[in-house]
Design a protein around this ligand. Structure first.
Ligand code: ADP
Length: 180
């Protein structure tokens, strides 16, 4: 069972990832959390990653893969994953099985901006409107093309993410149910 969550920053990937992984009994992996942990641990790899996180840039694929690949492999060996924040580029998607299902948390940019400005998780990349705008731009340029990729495989579910978390979770569950 492999599910990837696609959606702009602020669309609820973390919340829905946790809920969905619990429901399915698989691991929830957030690449943002994995990368931030690596960055704050002060390893050589972490020191290389940190500046990208601060600027709202994607970390380069080789650095990202070094952190993410072992975690994905371990989750796969244990029966599956819900990935939150990966893949974010077409190249990253090529590292995952073609039968993974993508869940698109669809949210207008203006709603995402408000949510990120209100979010208070001590993340410096949420504090600066310029960094927020940049992350949204990066999402549209680099990650949104993945919607077409998963869509062309018939493996894309789109839900309206501009609803309370329980309603979004319900919509995801119903859409997955309808496929099985
Ligand atoms: P959000 O989706 O709300 O921006 P995340 O915690 O998923 O938050 O990601 C935060 C930051 O971590 C991104 O802006 C980027 O710098 C980095 N990041 C996360 N996932 C990836 C990835 N798959 N590839 C490269 N960088 C990533």
């Amino acid at each position: 069972m492999g599910i990837v969550l696609l959606g702009p920053p602020g669309s609820g990937k973390g919340t829905q990832g946790r809920l969905l992984a619990e429901r399915l009994g698989v691991r929830h992996l957030s690449t943002g959390v994995l990368l931030r942990d690596e960055a704050s641990s002060g390893t050589d790899l972490g020191r290389k990653i940190a500046p990208y996180l601060d600027r709202g840039e994607l970390a380069p694929d080789d650095l990202t893969m070094a952190v993410v690949e072992p975690a994905v492999a371990a989750a796969r060996a244990e029966g599956g994953y819900v990935l939150d924040g990966f893949p974010r580029t077409l190249d990253q998607a090529s590292h995952l099985p073609e039968d993974d299902i993508a869940v698109h948390l669809d949210l207008p940019d203006d709603v995402a901006r408000v949510r990120l400005a209100e979010r208070d998780e001590g993340r410096s990349d949420d504090d600066d409107p310029t960094v927020i705008d940049h992350r949204l731009r990066v999402y549209h340029e680099r990650t949104a093309p993945l919607l077409e990729l998963y869509g062309s495989r018939g493996r894309l579910i789109t839900v309206d993410a501009d609803q309370p978390p329980e309603a979004v979770a319900g919509a995801i569950a119903a859409a997955l149910e309808a496929r099985s």
